[in-house]
Design a protein around this ligand. Structure first.
Ligand SMILES: NC(=O)c1ccc[n+]([C@@H]2O[C@H](COP(=O)([O-])OP(=O)(O)OC[C@H]3O[C@@H](n4cnc5c(N)ncnc54)[C@H](O)[C@@H]3O)[C@@H](O)[C@H]2O)c1
Length: 320
């Protein structure tokens, strides 16, 4: 067991939906004790189902020596969940008022030196920590679904976050097999979701305008850019698109095209018609395959892909 795991023996997961359960699986697979709290009826059963679904992928990726699904305890109150945890991961729905009230409870009951990580996709940490008594220990730790396979976690400090907490959080998340990326400046949506949002907005326009079906948009990514992106991001990809002179030539050649009104910055109105198009598009694309079957397929693919990425790219900037 490494030193940082030793410092963080017990973690609490507050809110056990898609993301909370993803964290639970990752933490258990890394050999930690996990305490979970979610007031929704049937939450515990849903977590067990999520564990059943994900555990085979984790076995394939390699479990920590002391990993054990039985090291998870569900408790009936938030106080019991957080009172002796070394790190608390908050994953309640993306509503500022709800998050603030849950974080205020965590702040009341958590140990003073515990780290509070919020999974928020878009809210800035300075907003979340504003009313806390001990705001210096709050940091945004934004993961990606499925949390137990994808290594990226964006760490964002608010204006009251202690620099020491950023360093400790970075070591902790790295110790559970992740690639922490410290975001230099807080903004809504952090970094990766800013990029995803731009693509998502454009994808909705293409479907709304009848340019493509949801399946065709997916194909355009799966067989093209998506394959490249698993290895290189947009910058290095375009560096190669410029021939021998790399990005210099790329910008000379395609730079002026940026001024063409190709893409739409405003999101389309989510009308009932657009929603129906998107929903039926996805359901037809999935055909009779259930969500659970699709998740299994995705997990198996990602586990193999991650091995491939790491064999080509053993050191990523995120981990430095
Ligand atoms: N879904 C994603 O792909 C994704 C990715 C990264 C981050 N996130 C972020 O993670 C957070 C959770 O998202 P999700 O997709 O897991 O949502 P979700 O709706 O699947 O789960 C939220 C869970 O919080 C529980 N909850 C509600 N009120 C609570 C309370 N007072 N105390 C404790 N638990 C409570 C709900 O019962 C539910 O189980 C959000 O901030 C979201 O932005 C989501």
């Amino acid at each position: 067991m490494n030193e940082h795991i030793q410092q963080f023996k017990k973690v609490a997961v507050v809110g056990t939906g898609v993301i909370g359960n993803g964290w639970i699986v990752r933490f258990l697979a890394e050999g930690l004790d996990v305490v979970a709290f979610d007031p929704a009826e049937g939450a515990q059963e849903r977590t067990q189902k999520a564990l059943d679904q994900a555990w085979p992928s984790l076995e394939k990726m390699g479990l920590a020596k002391d990993a054990n699904r039985n090291r998870l305890t569900f408790v009936p109150t938030i106080e019991e969940a957080v009172c002796d945890a070394d790190l608390i991961q908050e994953n309640v729905p993306e509503r500022e008022d709800l998050k603030k009230s849950v974080l205020a409870n965590i702040d009341t009951y958590a140990k003073k030196d515990a780290i509070i990580g919020s999974s928020t996709s878009g809210i800035m940490p300075s907003v979340l920590q504003a009313g806390l008594n001990y705001p210096e220990r709050l940091i945004v730790a934004h993961p990606f679904n499925p949390v137990y396979i994808l290594p990226l976690v964006e760490l964002v400090a608010g204006n009251k976050t202690d620099a020491n907490v950023v360093g400790r959080a970075k070591k902790f998340y790295a110790s559970v097999g992740m690639k922490p990326l410290i975001i230099q400046k807080e903004i809504e949506g952090h970094l990766a979701d800013r990029l995803m949002e731009a693509l998502w907005r454009e994808a909705l326009h293409l479907v709304n305008d009848g340019v493509a079906s949801t399946e065709e948009v997916d194909a355009a990514i799966v067989y093209g850019a998506g394959l490249r992106w698993a290895q290189m991001g947009p910058f290095l990809t375009f560096h190669l698109a410029g021939g021998e002179k790399g990005m210099r030539h790329m910008l000379e050649q395609f730079g002026p095209a940026l001024k063409l009104p190709w893409t739409k910055l405003e999101a389309p109105e989510l009308t009932d018609e657009l929603k129906e198009k998107v929903i039926t598009g996805c359901e037809n694309h999935a055909n009779d395959t259930t969500i659970a079957e699709l998740e299994n397929k995705r997990n198996a693919f990602l586990v193999e892909l991650l091995d491939l990425v790491e064999s080509y790219w053993p050191e990523t900037t995120a981990a430095k």
